[in-house]
Design a protein. Structure first.
Length: 249
């Protein structure tokens, strides 16, 4: 399976864009902008274990902040709406590639692929966020480690389902992003880098509703591309850490 492998230049450019967003929020008073913006995705993982970073930026916020921030980015920072994509998505073309900024509403339903009967929204973030510094010192709210892990497990599950059932518009891209999601999972459960700080009660509550998420962890040791992406554990360590983690669920 192809490996998601953007160059360091685009990753550092994305980090700089994230710092601009944080600076905008800090300068946009008197409203508590930073209290209503939650960073999720690869950059949130990087705030816990900076092993790789991200290119795209994923933010959960309200309509007012989304509209205000999109207005700023499109008029001052060279962003433009993505053609054929939802109004919640903008992009910036840089010399190193494009950076996609996705805004996710808290209340929008995001059911599990193949299990649409199980309700799921970003309201899971309520009461489960912490301020952390991401690369370059930008302080922003991110999910706590346990909820971020659940978000990554859901992302990997959904991508796997779409690949297997051929419902993805771009299977190759979906496969590469799945590998990155699985590597991010390893980064979050790595016991030498904070993986023992996971709140098993939070995890247990969700997995009691969505037991199939265990399958995401089960498959990780067999994915060589994941080990190639997350190089802080060898094959044996990955298998042991995943088995230990599953035994706790």
């Amino acid at each position: 399976m192809p490996v998601y492998d953007p160059g360091p230049e685009i990753i550092e450019t994305s980090a700089a864009e994230l710092r601009k967003i944080v600076s905008w929020a800090n300068a946009s008073g008197p409203g508590p902008e930073l209290q209503n913006i939650v960073l999720i995705g690869g950059w949130a993982v990087d705030a816990y274990n900076p092993y790789f970073g991200s290119v795209d930026i994923d933010l959960v916020t309200d309509d007012r902040i989304r509209e205000s921030l999109i207005g700023y980015l499109t008029t001052r920072e060279g962003y433009h709406p993505r053609v054929h994509y939802p109004v919640n998505t903008v992009e910036k073309v840089t010399p190193y590639g494009e950076i996609i900024l996705d805004f996710i509403p808290r209340e929008t339903p995001y059911p599990y692929e193949g299990h649409r009967e199980i309700p799921y929204t970003m309201e899971i973030l309520t009461g489960n966020t912490v301020f952390r510094n991401v690369r370059g010192g930008a302080g922003i709210l991110v999910p706590n480690r346990s909820v971020l892990l659940l978000l990554k497990m859901k992302a990997a599950w959904d991508r796997t389902y779409r690949i297997l059932h051929q419902t993805s518009a771009d299977v190759r891209w979906e496969g590469m992003k799945k590998i990155k999601d699985c590597a991010d999972i390893l980064a979050l459960i790595d016991p030498r880098r904070g993986g023992r700080e996971i709140d098993l009660e939070i995890l247990g509550q969700e997995i009691s509703r969505a037991g199939f998420l265990r399958e995401v962890i089960v498959q990780i040791p067999g994915l060589d591309a994941v080990r190639d992406r997350y190089r802080r554990m060898d094959r044996q360590e990955i298998r042991r850490v995943c088995e230990d983690f599953i035994s706790l669920l």
